[in-house]
Design a protein around this ligand. Structure first.
Ligand code: SF4
Length: 461
């Protein structure tokens, strides 16, 4: 019997799905995790159960990433593994690697269907059609090779809405997809297409739905979130204000914002908002203006420093995470030292360090200066050590203070974890951990660092 379900599902042959099992595997970013989780939810509504560990699935869905060479390799390994472990499953591969290397993926033995980034928005429909076709012989099945659907980058226009609860307490709300920036080292604009977004009204409705399911915290995800509004003529700041008004959502975090799009107006709004947390994640990539130019980034280090100062002026306790790429082409030892010194002097909390990976088709490959793998490792290590110093100092600064923590589910007999408003990870001993505290906001006093230095101990008040 066909079902009618907007905006994505329409005319699905539900009988093909009922009683079946599915296995999922996601590689890459929060956006991918959020999308996979949404696909899982949609399949569940069609009567598909998630396969238990060790149980063979009827459908396998692999949502891939292509951010580095290593990511590509992991995707291939996972596809092979899922095919091997689920010998008669209908195997669907989508995501960035599927978009960029559709022909390669389609050649992998056992893959039934490859869907590019535009097709992803209608994944369940494609799956239904292809699966039904495979059964009646009109569409290729794994015995006769896989079918693949992929549009050119410029034609990727669809938006797959997604708001899903991760493994933890938080919801991930996809507010934007694609990117128009074309930084010289990055393949994401080729894999996900140009910047696009749904309306503010539809996102508010999704946040309200999360409230109805008991959600208290939402992380706004996207590729270049600050660019929100390209499709609808709206502005990111207005989205923030509208979401802030959704009663029941107690906390919002913004997963990442390009520094040039982090406006002073937005910083000021967050400083006095009801539910946007004093927590920022900003990609710097390099603290050398020479390298930033080679990367075609849209700012210089002065602008970045100004944004950090502005945040700290208004929110002295804000947690600021910073992405840094090391060893990209053109990063001489002097450029790296500039980055190191810049970050050392900057009042930020944590560094997310990524070694540069050569990506086919990117213009960074035209830059002649190449950094050896050995130097990339050494540079990563120095920045990671600097990151640890900064995070520990930030945590120590909060010892003895009272804080509100949103606790997350834990296994019985184990410690419970949660986060403060400004993203300090807090640990409650197994003795005091109580399942009733899952997804609850609890006031605690922040104690000393845990032995692994990853959290502060919580003392219940
Ligand atoms: S802003 Fe740059 S690094 Fe980020 S997704 Fe766009 S092109 Fe890639």
């Amino acid at each position: 019997m066909p079902v009618n379900k907007t905006p994505i599902l329409y005319m699905i042959d539900t009988s093909a799905f009922q009683g079946k099992t599915a296995a999922y595997y996601t590689l890459g970013c929060k956006l991918n995790f959020s999308e996979t989780s949404t696909f899982g939810k949609m399949l569940q509504e069609l009567g598909v159960r998630t396969a238990q560990k060790g149980e063979r699935a009827d459908i396998c869905l692999i949502n891939t990433c292509s951010v580095t060479e290593v990511a590509d390799k992991k995707c291939r390994q996972q596809i092979h593994r899922m095919v091997r472990e689920n010998p008669s499953a209908f195997v669907v591969v989508t995501g960035c690697y599927a978009q960029l290397e559709a022909d390669e993926v389609a050649k992998i033995d056992g893959v039934s269907l490859v869907l590019g980034s535009d097709e992803k928005a209608n994944l369940i429909q494609f799956l239904s059609d292809a699966w039904t076709g495979a059964r009646d012989g009109s569409v290729s099945s794994r015995e006769s090779g896989s079918a693949f659907f992929r549009k050119k980058t410029k034609d990727i226009k669809s938006f797959a809405p997604s708001c899903s609860r991760g493994n933890r307490t938080r919801y991930f709300l996809k507010v934007q997809d694609g990117c128009d920036y074309f930084c010289t080292y990055c393949t994401i604009p080729y894999a996900r297409g140009f910047s696009r977004n749904p309306t503010i009204a539809s996102l508010v409705a999704q946040a309200e739905e999360a409230v109805s399911e008991g959600g208290k915290e939402i992380v706004l995800t996207g590729v270049n979130i600050g660019d929100f509004g390209k499709t609808t003529g709206e502005h990111f700041i207005n989205l923030v204000k509208a979401l802030d008004g959704v009663e029941g959502i107690r906390r919002y975090r913004i997963s990442s914002l390009e520094p040039d799009l982090l406006s002073d107006e937005l910083i000021s709004y967050c400083a006095q908002s009801r539910a946007f947390m004093p927590h920022f994640h900003i990609p710097l990539q390099s603290g050398s203006d020479t390298v930033l130019k080679l990367m075609h980034r849209h700012y210089d280090r002065q602008l970045f420093a100004d944004k950090i100062h502005r945040i700290k002026e208004l929110m002295p306790d804000a947690f600021i995470g910073v992405d840094v790429m090391v060893g990209c082409r053109g990063e001489t030892p002097e450029c790296f030292e500039e980055t190191y010194e810049f970050l050392k002097a900057l009042d930020v909390t944590q560094l997310h360090v990524f070694p540069y990976s050569e990506r086919p088709g990117t213009s960074a490959l035209n830059i002649p200066y190449v950094v050896s793998e050995k130097d990339k490792k050494l540079r990563s290590k120095r920045l990671l050590d600097l990151s640890d110093e900064k995070t520990i100092a930030f945590y120590q600064h909060h010892i003895g203070l009272e804080a509100e923590v949103l606790f997350e589910k834990s296994t019985r007999g184990r410690a419970m974890h949660g986060f403060t408003r400004n993203y300090i990870r807090v640990e409650l001993s197994p003795k005091e951990a109580d399942p009733a505290m899952d997804n609850q906001l609890v006031n605690v006093r922040l104690g000393e660092l845990t032995a692994d230095k990853q959290s502060l101990k919580a003392i219940l008040l």
